[in-house]
Ligand binder design. Structure first.
Ligand code: HEC
Ligand code: HEC
Ligand code: HEC
Ligand code: HEC
Ligand code: HEC
Length: 217
């Protein structure tokens, strides 16, 4: 007597195979989603109270990053400029522009402009601008072509894997300190030698840079 109909065997085989594979597909999918630009918030422009353009102020007027992000060499945070910095120019140019009304109100009421954050690491991650600047990692390596942005966006994924990739071997990303703020600086064809040289010159020791306690304190 036949209990299973013919073909049942292959049905079970397919089912077993599927049961074995599905978790891997699901895990792969979850990973793909979590590291996708959508989840990492890459390349999204935020609405800002004033449509401040780095393209105009950096690309066009040629202002140095430190003119506005004054603490980037000295502190963990780069800092955002106070309204007075904008007003050194805008009390004279574009004084009536509707676009700049929030800047004037901010000055009149002595209340800082509330910019919406573009980059935002979780609180359990420790990051410090000053170390990176001192060791020759340029703004454009992490923030991209800011001088071409009408509204600021996040270019790098800012995931742990992204930090670690560089911490394992920072040599391809190192440049002379003088060039850190230079958005048009290009890596030379002999970056391999240059990277080795700068690693020594700046006394960088990658062997400890991937320790958990470097970024989770
Ligand atoms: C005239 C002032 C000014 C100059 C010069 C300037 N910035 Fe900014 N920057 C701002 C203001 C205002 C904001 C906040 C609004 C925004 O996000 O666009 C900002 C935001 C940023 C942000 C995003 C901050 C966040 O919320 O995560 C980055 C990154 C940045 N600037 C990088 C640079 C770099 C790199 C340079 C030099 C190449 C530079 N900026 C020069 C005024 C300036
Ligand atoms: C090694 C990568 C790296 C380099 C180099 C770097 N930044 Fe950043 N920057 C970040 C990260 C990561 C954040 C987000 C920090 C957070 O959320 O706490 C950030 C945030 C900022 C912000 C937002 C305000 C703040 O301080 O958190 C500004 C402005 C900024 N960077 C400007 C600059 C400028 C100007 C330079 C070059 C002088 C620079 N950055 C170089 C990675 C970098
Ligand atoms: C060194 C002088 C200077 C400083 C400092 C400055 N601006 Fe400007 N800004 C200008 C000039 C010049 C223009 C006109 C640009 C053009 O049309 O080419 C301008 C234009 C603008 C515009 C019009 C939109 C655009 O980009 O064309 C806005 C908005 C603006 N600035 C906001 C700000 C804010 C906010 C700050 C402070 C964080 C600031 N500016 C600091 C000189 C300056
Ligand atoms: C493009 C390369 C690069 C990227 C990306 C990068 N770093 Fe770094 N980081 C460095 C270099 C180079 C040093 C200096 C190491 C030294 O002084 O020996 C450093 C140093 C540090 C230090 C100080 C280490 C110490 O012991 O003093 C911290 C904290 C840090 N990085 C956190 C981060 C975090 C968090 C991220 C990601 C959000 C990140 N870094 C992304 C290159 C990078
Ligand atoms: C160079 C900096 C850096 C180092 C070193 C580092 N982390 Fe992280 N870690 C990060 C950043 C940045 C994030 C946030 C990533 C994100 O939001 O995608 C993170 C997130 C995490 C998370 C949360 C994961 C999640 O998906 O939410 C855990 C857990 C973690 N790290 C554990 C560790 C352990 C364990 C080590 C040591 C083996 C380590 N990290 C070393 C930068 C670092």
């Amino acid at each position: 007597m036949q209990i299973f109909r013919p073909g049942a065997d292959s049905v079970i085989r397919v089912a077993l195979c599927a049961a074995a594979i599905v978790p891997f597909i699901a895990a792969g999918l979850a990973y793909a989603i979590s590291s996708s630009p959508y989840m990492t918030q890459q390349n999204i422009t935020r609405n800002q109270p004033v449509p401040f353009s780095h393209e105009h102020h950096v690309g066009g007027l040629g202002l140095d990053c430190r003119y506005c992000h004054t603490s980037v060499e000295k502190a963990r945070f780069a800092g955002l400029p106070p309204t007075e910095t904008c007003m050194t120019c805008h009390s004279q140019i574009w004084t009536n522009a509707e676009m700049l009304a929030p800047v004037r109100t901010s000055l009149a009421e002595n209340r800082p402009i509330r910019w919406n954050r573009v980059h935002n690491l979780p609180a359990y991650v420790y990051f410090d601008h000053s170390v990176h600047i001192a060791k020759g990692v340029g703004c454009s390596t992490c923030h991209g072509a800011v001088e071409q942005m009408k509204l600021t966006r996040q270019v790098a994924p800012l995931t742990m894997g992204w930090c670690l990739d560089c911490h394992r071997d920072p040599r391809p990303a190192l440049r002379p300190r003088e060039a850190v703020f230079d958005q048009s600086w290009q890596f030379p064809p002999n970056q391999e030698d240059e990277g080795n040289r700068l690693l020594q010159a700046y006394n960088i020791h990658p062997e400890h840079l991937t320790d958990c306690s470097v970024c989770h304190r």
